[in-house]
Design a protein. Structure first.
Lengths: 513, 439
């Protein structure tokens, strides 16, 4: 038996050297294969080698038996409770993954989760891979992976972020794995996550620690305040700054209280028939202030003391000014207008409103932004437009923006305010608001001799992402006719709008199947 | 009449990614002026950039497409869109009598099929000019014989010098003999030479692989020299491998084998200016696999009549061989039905079938392995499938979708179909929980 197996290596050796140097040795034992080989003509060296190669190759191939693996199988995945989405919805996902309309993917994933479905098995690898590089997708992706997706992720180190949560990873995992664990755990059990971090605090390298502290943003609450207050004394600046940034968001924290005490002595509201605001600049940025996160070195273009004041005011919950002065946000903003500090106050209050999610102030500031736009004071509009819309609940935001849209007479004249603002209204729009905006856009495209504003064209293409899918069908009507002389200017953008709306409409319908 | 297709199967008919995307975009009722159906035929009018709308029609049984748009792609985006609409919104099509332009197309197709059948019948009964045929045949035989003799000399030189010298050889060492085989009207030999050169360039264990190829080539040459004394079926294998082609018309005139066939999987290989589509079918009653080949030159369309993941009733004609594998679909009945399971219950059974086939045709290359219950596994950096008995088959390193396979299985047994070449399995599709997925 053994001789048979050794024949092949012998043949290979001979073949490597070549028959010039060596000829094949015909075996002597008895077996059907050896009998066959003995029939080869030994005097024809090449023929014998090639013949032997052909015979033994075929012999090995035909006689090959698959190996056995007796190792225990890895555990199978439990059945999923959530069903997969309908094949039509899977088709939409396929198109989104192939790069068409990638911007709609977050909405699709959210809708999938809301419908209580999960990703089809064969599309899991592509999505897991996408989540590896696009960390912003992960919070939407992980809930719709189902048990199967988590099981799959556990088998590929690249997809650690989606594997089932295992607290042991905190002790043994890589840096990125531990960070991912902390973030995910904060979303479900924030206190437990904080306890984990507190336990290993002193052993963490400082740059990692700063990242971990920043991760406490998820699920931030007053329960985190003691740990963060202690962190203000940490040896490393990055950790201190990260902690200060988080404490500034907690209105009841000691840090905010300390800053508030200072701020009220610097900003005075004079009430009366025409309220006014008096500002005093701080004298110094002492160590206590630095501890509370105020950066001493000013940014370019701002004076030192103004910079410190700005940072302090940006920490104070703006509602406290109203309580103190008994004035509404709008009145306070109006009071800030005359004088050299208008820009600084608006900037500070905007940051503060965002930090503390103050709805009343956000609305008031937005309306103020409209006034600024009309005065062509566009310089500091961008930060307002960027941050404020996300603070307002959808109905409130729609009401404000609706008003502002009505007030804006010529969309061409404004390309810095209303249209960019509309594009930042990223929470799903109501059908009513969508119709209002559509009507306005339609009217604009029907204007004679209207110059083509690139901003309007852009807006047309982009807004299809946010309008209510329910208006998809009626959106097709009302545009200039195909033979209208204005039509070529708008054709492409309107088509883009309708395509996007229709796609979203179909995808929502498919997810409801 | 309903169609058991999925949107995925429709999109797989697209000639390229752009057409697939365009077709998906067009699959909305608002883009069509008319959408109607009658007795297995659907049609519609789509407004394009031209003056009058394009007329698109699809006969669902085949499927066969026709569109008046100027695109050279086949099926065009309009035809694809119509098919996608039948899947996603069948209610959008209104039952209607056939309009003239659809009727004309159907009649035209019918006439063409009849003419084709007539042509085959006359060719069959007519005796072609025997002298001219005999002259051509004998001229080719002479050329091939000379080519084979030359191949034999080249092979023997190689054996004499030894394999160790091969990696250093320039590409002309391989290209010149290959080209000469093409000139000798033995394209199969040219392919074998090129495969041989590919094996030299490969990684660890190349010496053994090269020797295996050499052995096969030698066996072919020896067989050719003695071809008269071989059984008829083996003669067919030898001639096919050297590069003789069978006359398809002749074949189609023979009576074939009727069965219910699962369309297991499909892949397309792109060579220089030729695309080769390999479609595997599995006969339910006879429990054997069959390969249907289609070719397309340059930008010609490929055949779309066999859709993986469906089941068809058909009569199939085999090419002659000691182990018949390649076949042609002669006739079909009814419309495609939904997929069901089928294949080998264990890896042992499957490999035994492979061994038996290889013993009959020693030059067998790809063998279809539909494995009914295997678990895909990832261990030691390699992928393989394992059956309940613990037997294991390795999956080829160039397989691009092992994670999809693992996701479908989730650690449990599924049905996998792949091509087996004696060393690696190349999965082409999987079937589990009522879902068919092409890989």
């Amino acid at each position: 038996m053994k001789a048979r197996v050794e024949m092949w290596p012998e043949i290979v050796r001979t073949a490597l050297l070549g028959t010039e140097r060596q000829s094949i040795a015909i075996p002597e034992h008895n077996s059907p294969l050896a009998d066959l080989l003995r029939r080869l003509d030994g005097s024809d060296r090449e023929g014998a080698l090639l013949g032997a190669a052909a015979s033994v190759t075929l012999y090995r191939r035909v006689g090959w038996l698959p190996p056995t693996d007796a190792r225990p199988l890895p555990p199978a995945c439990d059945d999923d409770d959530q069903p997969e989405c309908h094949p039509h919805a899977a088709q939409h996902l396929g198109r989104l993954l192939r790069g068409q309309r990638g911007g709609i993917l977050p909405e699709w994933l959210g809708a999938l989760g809301a419908a209580g479905r999960r990703i089809p098995a064969e599309q899991l690898p592509d999505l897991l891979e996408l989540g590896r590089t696009h960390t912003d997708l992960r919070p939407l992706l992980v809930p719709v992976l189902g048990r199967r997706g988590a099981w799959l992720a556990a088998r590929n180190p690249d997809w650690e972020y989606a594997a089932p949560l295992d607290e042991g990873t905190w002790q043994t995992g890589s840096r990125s794995a531990r960070l991912a664990l902390l973030r995910r755990l904060r979303a479900i059990e924030p206190d437990k996550a904080r306890t984990l971090l507190a336990a290993t605090w002193s052993q963490e390298p400082y740059d990692q620690l700063a990242e971990f502290v920043a991760a406490l943003q998820v699920g931030l609450s007053m329960a985190d305040e003691p740990l963060l207050e202690n962190a203000l004394d940490d040896r490393h600046k990055d950790v201190r700054l990260a902690a200060a940034g988080l404490l500034a968001q907690l209105a009841d924290s000691r840090l905010v209280q300390r800053i508030w005490e200072r701020a009220r002595s610097l900003l005075r509201v004079k009430t009366g028939r025409k309220p006014a605001i008096e500002l005093r600049l701080p004298d110094a940025c002492d160590s206590a202030l630095a501890r509370d996160g105020v950066e001493a070195r000013p940014r370019a273009g701002t004076g030192e003391k103004a910079w410190w004041l700005l940072q302090m005011l940006a920490v104070v919950p703006p509602a406290r000014w109203c309580a103190l002065s008994r004035l509404s946000p709008a009145q306070l903003i109006a009071a800030a207008q005359p004088g050299e500090w208008h820009a600084l106050l608006v900037e500070a209050w905007t940051l503060a409103a965002e930090r503390h999610r103050d709805i009343a102030w956000s609305e008031a500031l937005l309306r103020h932004a409209a006034y600024l736009a009309s005065q062509n004071a566009t310089v500091f509009l961008s930060p307002l437009i960027e941050t404020l819309p996300a603070n307002l609940p959808p109905s409130r935001l729609e009401s404000v923006v609706g008003d502002l849209l009505r007030l804006q007479r010529d969309l061409n004249a404004d390309d810095r305010f209303v249209l960019p603002l509309l594009c930042r209204c990223r929470q799903p729009w109501s059908a009513g608001f969508s119709r209002t905006v559509l009507d306005r856009l339609r009217r604009h495209t029907r204007l004679r001799n209207s110059q083509v504003s690139w901003t309007v064209q852009q807006a047309l293409s982009t807004l299809g992402l946010y309008m209510a899918p329910a208006v998809a069908e009626e959106a097709a009507a009302g545009w200039p006719a195909a033979d209208d002389e204005q039509w070529p200017l708008w054709h492409e953008s309107v088509e883009a709008l309708l395509e996007t709306l229709n796609f979203r409409n179909e995808m929502w319908q498919a997810l409801a199947l | 009449m309903s169609l058991n297709w999925t949107a995925g199967q429709v999109l797989a008919l697209a000639p390229d990614e752009r057409v697939a995307r365009a077709g998906a975009e067009l699959a909305q009722p608002r883009k069509w002026l008319r959408l109607e159906r009658h007795a297995g035929v659907i049609w519609g009018l789509c407004q394009g950039s031209g003056a009058s709308p394009y007329q698109t029609q699809v006969e669902l049984n085949e499927p066969a497409f026709h569109c008046s748009c100027p695109s050279h792609k086949f099926p065009c985006k309009h035809a694809l869109a119509l098919c996608l609409l039948t899947v996603s919104q069948p209610g959008a099509f209104k039952e209607h009598a056939l309009p003239d332009w659809v009727d004309e197309w159907l009649a035209h197709r019918k006439r063409r099929a009849e003419r084709e059948q007539q042509r085959r019948d006359t060719l069959h009964t007519q005796s072609p000019d025997p002298k001219a045929q005999a002259r051509r045949a004998s001229a080719r035989e002479k050329k091939v014989a000379a080519g084979v003799a030359e191949m034999e000399r080249w092979l023997r030189d190689l054996a004499r010098e030894g394999l160790a010298a091969l990696p250093g050889r320039p590409s002309s060492f391989w290209e010149l003999p290959a080209q000469r085989m093409v000139d000798a009207q033995a394209p199969g030999l040219a392919r074998l030479v090129r495969e041989l050169s590919g094996a030299v360039a490969s990684d660890e264990g190349w010496q053994e692989r090269v020797l295996e190829h050499l052995g096969r080539l030698h066996l072919l040459i020896v067989a050719y020299r003695r071809i008269g004394s071989l059984p008829v079926d083996t003669q067919a294998d030898v001639r096919a491998l050297i590069g003789w082609t069978e006359d398809q018309t002749e074949l189609l005139n023979q009576s074939g084998v009727r069965d219910r066939w699962l369309v297991l999987g499909q892949r397309v290989d792109e060579e220089e200016r030729l695309r080769v589509q390999r479609t595997w079918l599995w006969a339910e009653r006879q429990a054997r696999g069959v390969l249907v080949l289609h070719f397309a030159h340059n930008s010609q369309p490929l055949d779309t009549s066999l859709v993986p993941g469906t089941r068809i009733d058909a009569e199939v004609v085999y090419y002659p061989s000691a182990h018949p594998l390649r076949a042609l679909v002669k006739a079909r009945e009814g419309s495609p039905a939904g997929f069901t399971g089928g294949g080998y219950a264990t890896i042992g059974e499957a490999i035994a079938a492979y061994a038996a086939a290889l013993a009959r045709n020693p030059w067998l290359e790809q063998f279809p392995l539909p494995l009914q219950t295997v678990i895909p596994l990832h261990a030691d950096g390699h992928w393989h499938v394992r059956d309940a008995a613990g037997h294991v088959l390795p999956i080829g390193p160039r397989f691009e979708h092992p994670w999809e396979l693992l996701a479908l299985s989730a650690g449990r047994p599924i049905a996998v179909f792949g091509e087996w070449d004696g060393q690696h399995l190349r999965p082409l599709s999987a079937w589990t929980e009522g879902k068919f997925v092409g890989l």
